[in-house]
Design a protein around this ligand. Structure first.
Ligand SMILES: [Zn+2]
Length: 313
């Protein structure tokens, strides 16, 4: 998407750790390429796997013998800086771009990057929702749709796609509705790395996009499942927050289960009442973000009501 939609702006403002303090001004005033080049930080996660932090969702980079694969791409205006960050670790061409889901702070660069990758890959529901969103735009501003999709639109079925590129394997796994209805986990099994997209927020309360087909129960079930089978020495790239390990994922699982138990123990209570009696201090890794996801909106969606975030103006 070429434009920064209202939702994209919310992501830029609310979810751009560690840039949240300044993001409001930056989001309102598009960055020039000189600024864009300075925004990204690259962290090596494992051999040939990197996390690129910028503004918006965390980006994964996998380098194979002859190619590179990018996982998410933040915003269109940041692509020049993103490509500089990629080039700081490899000069190999980006063969595939994987979208973990369809939110603008994860797919905003598609419209530029589609010109240089062989294919953009995402769940079928990402493509479907992007087409709907782009129908509102000037035709000249449309583009960057996934060309290869896994799974079926409007179903809750699991889906899987394995990428075999040079000597590397990258596994895409859709386990049903969670953060949205088009999430994929992206695993690099040879080095025990997983990019979990926005199924995993670390440092802030998770956003469950109900309007985008997300489900709190689905999210909790997926995290419980993944935590039960990923290797002990896994390295995890969350959609937002620092790179972490299985220990943090187990904490996240326990947190979601504690929230579920709290909701169950107080039937009929609304989000505000549930938030008031929950031991928030026991879970310092998940902080509310005013104007985006507060304890009240989080408990509203956990109890089956509300859109999962503070209402948009
Ligand atoms: Zn998202």
């Amino acid at each position: 998407m070429r434009v920064l939609t209202a939702l994209g702006l919310a992501f830029a403002v609310g979810l751009s750790l560690p840039l949240a303090a300044h993001a409001k001004h930056r989001a309102a005033q598009p960055l020039g390429s000189a600024d864009a080049a300075k925004i990204h930080k690259v962290e090596k996660v494992a051999e040939n796997v990197y996390c690129i932090f910028g503004q918006g969702g965390n980006i994964g980079l996998v380098v194979t013998a002859k190619h590179a694969v990018l996982i998410d791409d933040q915003f269109e205006r940041l692509v020049p800086g993103l490509l500089d960050a990629v080039r700081s670790v490899t000069d190999k061409p980006i063969k595939y771009l994987v979208n973990t889901h369809g939110h603008p702070d994860h797919v905003g660069g598609n419209v530029v990057l589609e010109k240089q990758v062989s294919a953009i890959i995402a769940h079928a529901n990402v493509r479907r929702r992007m087409i709907t969103e782009q129908a509102k735009l000037d035709p000249a501003k449309r583009g960057g749709l996934p060309e290869l999709s896994l799974g079926s639109e409007d179903t809750k079925e699991r889906a899987r796609l394995n990428i075999h590129l040079d000597e590397a394997e990258i596994h895409l796994l859709h386990l049903g509705p969670g953060h949205t209805d088009g999430d994929v986990l992206v695993g690099i099994p040879s080095v025990h790395v997983m990019h979990m997209g926005d199924l995993f927020f670390l440092g802030m309360l998770p956003f469950i996009d109900v309007e985008g087909g997300g489900s709190f129960e689905g999210l909790a079930a997926q995290i419980t499942s993944v935590a039960s089978w990923i290797p002990e020495d896994s390295r995890i790239i969350p959609g937002h927050g620092p790179v972490c390990g299985k220990k943090e994922l187990l904490r996240y699982r326990d947190f979601l289960q504690a929230v579920q138990a709290h909701v169950k123990a107080h039937p009929g209570q609304d989000g505000a009442a549930l938030a008031k009696t929950f031991d928030t201090a026991a879970w310092p890794e998940w902080k509310p973000v005013s104007e985006f996801v507060t304890w009240e909106t989080f408990f509203s969606v956990a109890s089956g009501k509300g859109p999962g975030r503070v209402a948009r103006p």
